[in-house]
Design a binder for this molecule. Structure first.
Ligand code: NAD
Length: 483
């Protein structure tokens, strides 16, 4: 029996169950039942969190990198030890099947390990001097300062882990505001950092109204770095506020990932990879493949095999049934968004091959859906679906496929499947995105940068970039005294 934890904020090293602004309910998207009450932070409490982060910053920044690494390594170990319980809570909060929840937590622990190790590796560099009077030019990466971190609900452990680990490894203190729907996952993650030895004030956790909290934190003079993962619309608003204070800003926003499937691709393997990845987390993944562009020779077969996979997928409440492959959408708004998308289909805008409707009964379930032949200007092909819907269109030549793939302002992930070496190079070079994967979908490894371009945001998380994003560059140049 899984017990939902008592929700508490963490401000200046103290766990607080009372929110100055009252509380809000948290519900299970598979049953729509309330599972907990979450305190809502007041302006005074937010101010206390900002002051705590500001006060803790110099001491944490001065803690040797090797020490910060040890603490982060311990946090990753605790996260692994606690992963079965955290996975159960994740299934309650977002409906994620256990296997996917455990994989997410395992990957979060790896990211914490990797970014923690960077604290030992990033020593800066020496630059050769130009004249005999100069003794040394050294360039170092200094922690920026207190960071405000905003994370969504679709990867409720992994996304906060990336931001917390990057910030803490680099020596920044932070205030985290996780999604309203997944506070317990964030709290259990933060507990790992605290229990591992991150000092009071260096890590703060608040819950409540997102717009109020982000405005307060971004405008607070002490906060120097803002990192947001969420929609493009909100990212633009927060970016504009950050710009007013000339604060460094990282934004991981929406995407509408194309997948170009060449006629030489191994059809069976490609369909299996595409369909599995498409419906992972009910399609609520920023790098989810959403626009499938398939060589006309294999198009009919691809659509039929993909639809067959989708219609056989077991959808349900993963907390009650281990064989469930796809859970609910995060909240009622996501189901309404899918229904809007379906309403805009028909004729040239695309035909539903399978799925296309919400599932009857309690819970925010939507059928795995495959749409064939949507036109380039259809809503499905131009707006991020962020749900279990795949649009599949045929193309005649590879240049046309690249043109369609690159036609949107989004540029997060792009994929291609081909056994043709020349085509593989051409696609790798010409697909416009922050991340391009050929013949697989794994763009989220701890060692590699994760981030987009255009309307998908800027800056990268994980990889060395996930550490450097919390630092600023400093040059120290020394000449001979008297010379
Ligand atoms: P939403 O914009 O209402 O919420 C998404 C997230 O943004 C939530 O966690 C919310 O707390 C946060 N948020 C919203 N307004 C905010 C503000 N003013 N300040 C700080 N945080 C704020 O949308 P939704 O319907 O819940 O989610 C769907 C949309 O969100 C999709 O379009 C998708 O692009 C985007 N999204 C993206 C990611 C990602 O990984 N890039 C993750 C989740 C959601």
């Amino acid at each position: 029996m899984t017990t939902y934890p008592k929700l508490k904020m963490l401000i200046d090293g103290e766990w607080l169950a009372d929110g100055g602004d009252g509380s809000m309910s948290v519900s299970n998207p598979a049953t729509e039942q309330t599972i907990g009450e979450c305190p809502k932070v007041s302006n005074e409490q937010l101010e206390a969190a900002v002051s705590a982060a500001a006060e803790a910053f110099p001491k944490w920044a001065a803690t040797p990198g090797a020490e910060r690494h040890k603490i982060l390594r311990r946090a990753a170990e605790l996260l692994r030890e606690r992963s079965p319980e955290i996975a159960r809570i994740m299934t309650l909060e977002v409906g994620k099947p256990t296997e996917q929840a455990l994989a997410e937590i395992g990957s979060a622990a790896e990211i914490i390990d990797f970014l923690g190790e960077e604290a030992k590796r990033q020593g800066g560099r020496l630059v050769p001097v130009r004249g005999p009077n100069l003794l040394q030019q050294r360039v170092t990466q200094e922690p920026i300062g207190p960071a405000a971190l905003f994370t969504p609900w679709n990867f409720p452990v992994n996304l906060p882990a990336k931001k917390l680990a990057g910030a803490l490894a680099a020596g920044c203190s932070c205030v985290l505001k996780p999604a309203e729907t997944t506070p317990a996952c964030a709290q259990m993650l933060v507990e790992c950092f605290v229990d591992a030895g991150v000092p009071g004030g260096a890590i703060n956790l608040v819950y409540g109204d997102p717009a109020k909290i982000s405005e307060h934190l971004i405008k607070a003079r002490a906060m120097r770095k803002i990192s947001f993962t969420g929609s493009t619309a909100v990212g633009k608003q927060l970016g504009a506020m950050a710009a007013q204070g000339l604060k460094r800003f990282t934004a991981e926003l929406g995407g509408h990932a194309p997948v170009v499937i060449g006629k030489s691709a191994d059809l069976e393997r490609t369909v299996a990879a595409c369909a599995t990845t498409k419906f992972r987390n009910a399609g609520q993944v920023c790098v989810s493949p959403t626009r499938f562009l398939v060589a006309r020779d294999i198009y009919d077969q691809f659509v039929s095999n993909f639809a067959s996979y989708a219609s056989n997928l077991k959808v349900g409440d993963a907390s009650k049934d281990d064989s469930v492959a796809m859970g609910p959408l995060a909240h009622a708004g996501r189901v309404a968004a899918m229904q809007d998308l379906m309403g805009a289909l028909g004729g040239e805008k695309g035909e539903i091959v399978t799925g296309g409707a919400a599932v009857d009964g309690p819970g925010h379930f939507f059928q795995p859906t495959v749409v064939a032949g949507p036109s380039a200007d259809s809503q499905l092909m131009t707006q991020e679906p962020f749900g279990p819907v795949a649009g599949i269109v045929p193309y005649d030549d590879i240049e046309e496929a690249v043109r369609i793939a690159n036609s949107l302002r989004y540029g997060l992930a792009a994929y291609a499947f081909t056994a043709d070496l020349d085509e593989s190079h051409y696609l790798g070079n010409s697909l416009r995105a922050g991340m391009v994967a050929i013949n697989h979908f794994a763009v989220g490894s701890p060692e590699t940068p994760f981030g987009g371009i255009g309307d998908s945001g800027f800056g990268s998380e994980s990889g060395v970039e996930g550490y450097l994003g919390y630092t600023e560059t400093k040059l120290v140049t020394v000449a001979k005294s008297g010379g």
